[in-house]
Design a protein around this ligand. Structure first.
Ligand code: NDP
Ligand code: A1CAB
Length: 263
């Protein structure tokens, strides 16, 4: 499968690194960037070739990872080859907009990965466009499976995917940061606290994934009657942390919808 990546910032860069680490050869992925120094840096670091928008349009899968507000003008200049599928990773740019901004008849899809792609652990929601063939959808799924797991969803669900996993990975970094800081407050060095937090995240994630048990049960296993965990969880409840997560996820989903009405 030939792939072109247009825009190599935070998300595009994570995808590129993930694809190359997963075994894709630098010859299989071309990139479109707009600064010579970035083209040189990407060639030095990854061996990938920078191409023009016209050349990128020949790839079987064309992934666009520029900011939502940059899509309309960029797609207006893109002339995808027959059979290519254009995949947007943008929040707040709809299938309808993508299809309207590209030449008539172009196949599109939306993907909502997260920066877990850097470690081959993205969670990517995928939405097919109105003209996407099964083969094209399969190619998009395989491309994102190379950097983690995928879930094909309907477009109305994608804003919730953004709220839970696309942006959601940042909430976990936020919690990790707060816990590391808390450990420092309690007398650990920052390095010790980081090691404890990182491995505790890894352990929780592995048990969640392998046991299939609800997190509430796993949490109960840790919570001895009148013990230390109960004392800590009581404070989280007092501070409304669960309600804060419910609100944060809702605010994110609503913001994604608002962005699509503006772009
Ligand atoms: N960051 C994340 O975790 C996630 C982001 N997304 C989506 O990914 C997209 C990109 O976000 P993010 O990576 O954070 O943003 P960045 O600003 O980090 O990256 C955008 C990149 O696009 C480049 N760019 C803009 N216009 C062009 C152009 N005409 N040709 C080539 N390159 C161009 C920019 O280049 P330059 O540096 O020269 O300005 C920049 O490198 C957004 O649509 C966002 O919604 C989706 C999921 C997660
Ligand atoms: O914050 C944003 O808008 C982007 C989309 C999903 C994650 N980051």
């Amino acid at each position: 499968m030939t792939v072109s990546l247009i825009g190599v910032g935070a998300m595009g860069g994570a995808l590129l690194s993930g694809w190359l680490a997963s075994g894709k050869r630098p010859d299989d992925v071309t990139v479109v960037v707009r600064r010579d120094e970035q083209a040189r840096a990407l060639h030095l670091e990854h061996g990938v070739r920078t191409v023009s928008l016209d050349e990128a349009a020949n790839a079987e899968v064309i992934v666009v990872a520029v900011k939502p507000g940059q899509f309309e003008s960029l797609l207006g200049d893109l002339r995808p080859a027959e059979g290519s599928v254009v995949v947007s990773v943008a929040a707040g740019v709809t299938v309808e907009q993508l299809e309207a901004w590209l030449p008539e008849g172009t196949s599109v899809a939306r993907a909502m990965p997260n920066t877990g792609a850097l470690a081959g652990e993205s969670m990517t929601g995928i939405v097919r466009g109105s003209r996407t063939t099964d083969e094209q959808l399969d190619a998009v799924v395989r491309l994102f499976e190379a950097v983690g797991r995928t879930l094909v969803v309907s477009e109305p669900q994608l804003d919730a995917v953004i709220a839970v996993s696309g942006s959601g990975i940042a909430y976990l970094y936020y919690v990790a940061d707060a816990m590391i800081e808390a450990g420092v407050h309690q007398g650990l060095t920052r390095a010790q606290s980081r090691e404890l937090v990182v491995q505790t995240f890894a352990g929780a994630s592995a048990v969640l994934a392998t046991s299939g048990r609800p997190p509430a049960e796993l949490r109960a296993d840790v919570t001895s009657p009148a013990g230390t965990t109960a004392a800590a969880l009581r404070k989280l409840d007092d501070h409304g942390v669960r309600a804060a997560f419910l609100d944060a996820v809702e605010a994110c989903r609503l913001r994604a919808g608002e962005m699509s009405r503006r772009s």
